[in-house]
Write a protein that binds this ligand. Structure first.
Ligand SMILES: [Zn+2]
Ligand SMILES: [Zn+2]
Length: 255
């Protein structure tokens, strides 16, 4: 199985997983970028997985469904291009004979879902849309800080080798903020150096891994004294995990 990030728009990635014959894509905001990649590799599109309703994740779904006949999957409770199979927490789908589990991860949007699964002969994959970014997380458009913290805590508990396939290349900006929160985190400093080198070569910083995110992502580290203390310099009243998380997210919004 090969995993490819297809760049789209300014900073989106449409993730493709393929077995040299059939492919699935995740959050195809742009159909043409997917059709071009399918043609380059001689692939048939078998499945389209959608994480949430934003247009940069759904804009290419109708054209791809119509031109390839691929099965579309998406969240149970969000506006979606019909027809599709709607999914909620605990559902399992088996595109390309992979077993992918659905996790409901509200926060960025109210019904956002993620897909996690083992890949034979390789590390597991997580398609997390706009919930978890490398060294960051999605903005809270529809959910509460408590919901987002619960969602991110679930993702952080996945196996550490899991390849984290985020839907945007936001890593450098997220790292600048993460280093403002934890300037003495040496793994964070080393990761920033690697990410800068990759971006200078116009290469993706993704996929990340759950193990790396646990070490560098401040939004997965709000239970640690270093992160809580940094947040309390900005918001002294943040004294429980949800309040620390909420203040951290607000700090990032203004950063
Ligand atoms: Zn979004
Ligand atoms: Zn997005």
């Amino acid at each position: 199985m090969k995993l490819i990030p297809i760049p789209a728009f300014n900073d989106n990635y449409i993730w493709m997983l393929h077995d040299d014959r059939r492919a699935l894509v995740v959050d195809p905001g742009d159909a043409q970028a997917v059709l071009t990649t399918l043609a380059q590799h001689g692939l048939t599109l078998a499945a389209i997985l959608v994480t949430h309703h934003h247009g940069d994740h759904t804009g290419g779904v109708d054209v791809l469904r119509q031109s390839t006949g691929a099965q579309v999957y998406g969240p149970a409770t969000e506006p979606m291009p019909e027809p599709l199979q709607r999914l909620t927490d605990g559902d399992v789908i088996t595109p390309l004979e992979l077993r992918l589990e659905v996790l409901l991860v509200p926060g960025h949007t109210a019904g956002h879902i993620a897909y996690w699964g083992q890949v034979p002969g390789s590390d597991p994959v997580l398609f997390c849309g706009d919930t978890l970014f490398s060294a960051g997380c999605g903005r809270l458009f529809e959910g509460t800080p408590a919901q987002m913290l619960t969602s991110l805590t679930r993702l952080a508990a996945l196996p550490e080798a899991t390849r984290v396939c985020c839907a945007h290349e936001y890593t450098l900006g997220s790292l600048r903020f993460a280093l403002a929160v934890e300037p003495d985190n040496s793994e964070l400093q080393a990761y920033q150096a690697r990410a800068l080198t990759l971006r200078q070569q116009l290469l993706p910083t993704l996929p990340s891994s759950i193990g790396l995110e646990r070490a560098v992502n401040p939004f997965l580290r709000t239970h640690l004294p270093a992160v809580a203390h940094a947040v309390q310099q900005i918001e002294p009243k943040a004294d429980d995990p949800v309040a620390v998380f909420a203040a951290l997210r607000t700090w990032k919004d203004k950063f």
